[in-house]
Design a protein around this ligand. Structure first.
Ligand code: BDR
Ligand code: CA
Length: 306
């Protein structure tokens, strides 16, 4: 009998986080065993509210949400209301009835990753504070993951917060450095990969779906464009990380060793390739057509790019 893979998602929703979560909810290949939240795109309380509201709107309030870090290991979260909207999502969702579970994110991640050894995928879509705290407090848990997929970093490509830094790594570079230097076998989806899967304003506003989760996805995506008439293109950051989790051949990869800069006013959040042999699997060339077909298949969205 086919058993879907267990998936736990660490997230700071976020428009693109929400689209990624909807993809997983629509997929028969994974079962979301929980969401853990972290400050990032919005403050922690709002990220947690958004995670609960999204699950409720998707009819999946049965999925537990555990609250994580409200502060990075060093510095301050940058927050991103200009990109995601003041509340973090580009459309209004009813206030959630459910509340987070009593366990904090670190304990929750530990419980999930050690529940069925080697069977749970961890997908991290926000700053890596919870994941680094887990490594620090319960070192064996991450070794038990079936796979660790992370969206973050800008390797040999311009950043999206500073000329060289990407938002998730910039928000908690110390946590990112702890994870990337741990020699854990992580798959990293950086900005260079994500920029290969974008949709134009005109394409996005022409999309259509009759699938309930597809409709919700389009409410978020089209709402994002409608908020500001100057927006011309949406890059599928977190959805690409979800896509490689669901379909590992969607991109070519290379093994690298990476450093994350932690010097304030100098290298804060910047990712660089050390040139040494490494354990990090970094996405290279993305099959954009395959990405859009995955999105179309899961969420029954019509009109996506070929
Ligand atoms: C990352 O930063 C956030 O704004 C997005 O949700 C994504 O995780 C892209 O740099
Ligand atoms: Ca995110």
């Amino acid at each position: 009998m086919f058993v879907p893979a267990r998936l736990v998602i660490d997230t700071d929703p976020g428009v693109d986080d929400a689209v990624a979560i909807l993809m997983a909810l629509a997929s028969p290949d994974v079962e979301i065993v929980g969401l853990t939240t972290v400050g990032g795109n919005v403050p922690l309380a709002r990220a947690t509210r958004n995670a609960l509201a999204l699950l409720q709107a998707a009819g999946r309030s049965d999925i537990p949400v555990a609250k994580g870090a409200s502060k990075p290991l060093r510095g301050k979260y940058a927050y991103s209301p200009q990109f995601h909207g003041p509340g973090g999502l580009s459309c209004r969702l009813p206030e959630p009835v459910a509340t987070p579970v009593a366990e904090g994110a670190v304990q929750f991640l530990y419980d999930q990753l050690t529940f069925d050894l080697g069977e749970t995928i961890l997908l991290a879509l926000g700053p890596l504070t919870n994941v680094a705290s887990l490594l620090w407090e319960r070192p064996i848990a991450l070794e038990q993951a079936k796979n660790i997929v992370i969206m973050g970093g800008a390797v040999d490509t311009p950043g999206n917060v500073t000329p060289k830094a990407e938002f998730n790594f910039y928000s908690d570079p110390v946590a990112a450095e702890i994870i990337l230097s741990s020699r854990l076998p992580v798959t990293l989806v950086d900005l260079a990969a994500c920029r290969q899967v974008a949709i134009s304003r005109e394409q996005a506003l022409g999309l259509h779906s009759e699938h309930p989760l597809g409709k919700l996805t389009l409410k978020l995506l089209q709402g994002w464009f409608k908020r500001e008439s100057s927006r011309q293109s949406f890059e599928f950051y977190d959805p690409l990380a979800m896509a490689i989790t669901l379909d590992p051949v969607i991109a070519s990869v290379v093994k690298v060793d990476l450093d994350v800069g932690i010097e304030e006013n100098w290298s804060w959040g910047e990712t660089s390739d050390t040139g040494w042999p490494g354990t990090i699997t970094l996405l290279q060339e993305v099959n954009a057509a395959r990405f859009f077909r995955l999105l179309e298949g899961l969420l029954e969205i019509e009109g996506l790019p070929d």
